[in-house]
Design a protein around this ligand. Structure first.
Ligand code: SIN
Ligand code: MN
Length: 268
C-alpha cells in the first residue's frame, strides 16, 4: 500500500498521517484476541502497570504468528519504505494495552530522542506505524500529538525513571507549552483497524485511561536499514539488533488467521 501525494504532503507538514480503517474490523478483532493471549502469559517481555494490568508487550512478532505477519504487513511496511526511500528493519515492536481503568500515562516525548540517546541511532530515519485494535476515542486514553513538532530536531529531555513503569526521555513543561502554542494538540481517534503513521521526532503523549474501555494499539518502529542502531544498552527484545530488511508479505496474509478466529468465535 503506497501513500498518495496528498498523504505524503500531510506527513511532511504535520508529522503524521491517519489512515482510517486500513485494516478490517475482522482483522483487528483477530489481533485483539491474540493480544489478550499474549498479556495472559508471564513472559518477561510483557510489562505491567503498578496495578498489574498489562502496559506493553514487547517483540510479540517473535513469539506470536498473528503479530509476526503484522510485522511484515505490506500496509505497514510499504508506506514507511516509501517515506524513508530504503528497505527497513524492525527496531521495536510493542502491543500497548492502555487497559480500562488502569492504563497509565505516557509522558510527553519524542521517540527518536530515546532511539538516539539510548540506542545510538544516527538519524531520525525511523518512525512508528500504529494499528488500533480497539476503537480509540477521546475517552480511552488516545495518543496525543503536537502537530509540526517534528521540524525542529531533538529537544532537551530528562530521563524519567519514576512516573511510570517504562523509562522514557521526557520533555519539560516549558517546551511542551511553547510547541503546543504553535501547533495545538490533536488526538486522532477512529475505529479498530485504523492506522497512524508518525515521524520519529513528533512530540506525543497519552493520558491515563479511566474509561471502562481498553485501548489496545500495536506499534511497529521501523528504521532504515543503513540507519541501524550503533549502541546496545537496552534489552535486545526492546531495541532489536537484527537489521535484516523486512520482506513484505501479501496483502491477505492475515486471512487464514481471521478465518480460524471466526470459526472459533462461532463455536464458543
Ligand atoms: C508511545 O508513545 O510509545 C506509546 C504511547 C501510547 O501507547 O499511548
Ligand atoms: Mn512514543
Amino acid at each position: 500500500m503506497m501513500l498518495t501525494d496528498k498523504q505524503l504532503e500531510t506527513f511532511e507538514r504535520e508529522g503524521y498521517v491517519f489512515l482510517e480503517s486500513a485494516f478490517s474490523e475482522a482483522e483487528a478483532a483477530m489481533m485483539l484476541s491474540e493480544a489478550m493471549k499474549v498479556y495472559a502469559t508471564d513472559r518477561e517481555e510483557v510489562w505491567r502497570e503498578a496495578t498489574g494490568a498489562p502496559r506493553t508487550a514487547f517483540a510479540a512478532h517473535r513469539y506470536n504468528d498473528a503479530f509476526a505477519r503484522l510485522g511484515s504487513h505490506p500496509r505497514l511496511v510499504e508506506p514507511v519504505m516509501q517515506l524513508l526511500g530504503e528497505e527497513v528493519y524492525m527496531h521495536q515492536f510493542k502491543v500497548n494495552a492502555k487497559a480500562a481503568f488502569d492504563g497509565d500515562v505516557w509522558q510527553w516525548h519524542q521517540d527518536y530522542g530515546t532511539w538516539q540517546r539510548d540506542d545510538g541511532m544516527p538519524e531520525p530515519r525511523a518512525m512508528n506505524i500504529a494499528v488500533f485494535l480497539d476503537p480509540v476515542t477521546v475517552a480511552n486514553g488516545p495518543l496525543m500529538f503536537i502537530p509540526r513538532s517534528h521540524k525542529t530536531g531533538v529537544f532537551d529531555a530528562g530521563h524519567d525513571l519514576e512516573t511510570t513503569s517504562y523509562p522514557l526521555w521526557t520533555l519539560d513543561r516549558e517546551t511542551v507549552t511553547r510547541l503546543a502554542e504553535d501547533g495545538g494538540i490533536v488526538a486522532p481517534t477512529g475505529p479498530a483497524g485504523s492506522v497512524l503513521l508518525f515521524h520519529g521526532n513528533l512530540v506525543h503523549a497519552s493520558p491515563g485511561n479511566i474509561s471502562p474501555w481498553n485501548r489496545t494499539i500495536v506499534y511497529l518502529s521501523l528504521c532504515a536499514v543503513s540507519n541501524h542502531i550503533r549502541q546496545f544498552k537496552r534489552k535486545e527484545w526492546i531495541a532489536h539488533r537484527d537489521f535484516t530488511p523486512i520482506q513484505a508479505l501479501d496483502d491477505d496474509c492475515l486471512a487464514p488467521l481471521v478465518a480460524a478466529h471466526a470459526t472459533q468465535v462461532a463455536a464458543e
